[in-house]
Design a protein around this ligand. Structure first.
Ligand SMILES: C[S@@+](CC[C@H](N)C(=O)[O-])C[C@H]1O[C@@H](n2cnc3c(N)ncnc32)[C@H](O)[C@@H]1O
Length: 256
């Protein structure tokens, strides 16, 4: 039997807790959380409960309306401990668990919504995550996926480049359709001593196929750009390219 990769962020938990903090890092604060909260309002206006798969240190729990029931699951005990420590709500609970485990046991509660925020590409078997989400959602429940855009942000395979003649910055893509398992050095300046996390690339069509096979229909997709702005000589070119190539993909899928 093939050995499962340990994809937990436990080895980098200390760093991740600090870099996300209580409010989220810049992308959480300026793009991901406002975008997700707005999608929740539109696509699940009556929802009162949410299952957060790979919840990390609980940044989404701290952003939800107070009256919602919430469950967060993550493989990293330290991140779950941080989440619990910063959450006083009696309606929230946390589990250390593997969201790709077909035997994942979160009790009997069924949820109105489930979310996987910036974590789908950190698990080895996304289709198992969809199967677990389908099992834990009420009928017609909604699944929200926020991921690094799989078409434009592939670690080690996609880069910014500048065409000096055309004075434009563009995205260079060296591969896309092949699935890939990519080690990511979290602190590159430490070289070989840097802790490594795993990123798993799949083309968009694989995600849509797995969602369909797990009983979901895609309702909407949105593509979100970086809010950063360059200054100086290359600002115009850089800002324009940032608005052309989105950083994040949001997928809303409904349980059929
Ligand atoms: C980039 S972090 C995102 C965490 C959180 N959703 C956020 O937005 O801050 C990826 C998370 O996926 C978790 N993870 C990776 N594989 C997992 C698995 N199989 N089951 C549960 N959690 C997993 C890691 O421990 C880590 O906390």
């Amino acid at each position: 039997m093939r050995k499962k990769t340990d994809t937990s962020w436990q080895p980098v938990a200390g760093w991740y807790k600090k870099s996300v903090g209580k409010e989220g890092h810049t992308y959480h604060q300026e793009v991901v959380l406002p975008g997700l909260l707005s999608l929740l309002k539109i696509h699940a206006p009556k929802a009162q409960s949410l299952l957060d798969l790979a919840c990390g240190q609980g940044v989404l729990a701290r952003s939800l309306p107070q009256e919602w029931r919430y469950a967060g699951v993550d493989l990293s005990p330290s991140l779950i401990a941080f989440a619990k420590q910063h959450d006083r709500s009696a309606l929230h609970r946390y589990y250390v668990g593997d969201i790709t485990d077909p035997a994942l046991d979160l009790g009997k509660e069924l949820f109105d919504c489930a979310a996987v925020v910036l974590a789908l590409q950190n698990v080895e078997e996304p289709h198992q995550v969809f199967a677990n989400a389908a099992r834990c959602l009420k009928s017609s429940g909604t699944l929200f996926l926020i991921l690094n855009h799989p078409c434009f942000r592939i670690p080690r395979q996609s880069f910014w480049q500048v065409d000096e003649q055309k004075k434009c910055r563009f995205r260079r893509l060296e591969s896309y359709l092949s699935p890939m398992k990519i080690p990511v050095q979290m602190h590159p300046s430490q070289g070989k001593d840097s802790p490594v996390t795993w990123s798993f690339h799949h083309p968009l069509s694989s995600y849509s196929q797995w969602l369909f096979e797990s009983g979901f229909a895609i309702e909407v997709m949105q593509e979100w750009c970086s809010p950063k702005e360059s200054q100086g000589r290359l600002a115009k070119m850089e800002n324009r390219s940032r608005q052309e190539f989105p950083l994040f993909l949001a997928i809303v899928a409904r349980k059929r």
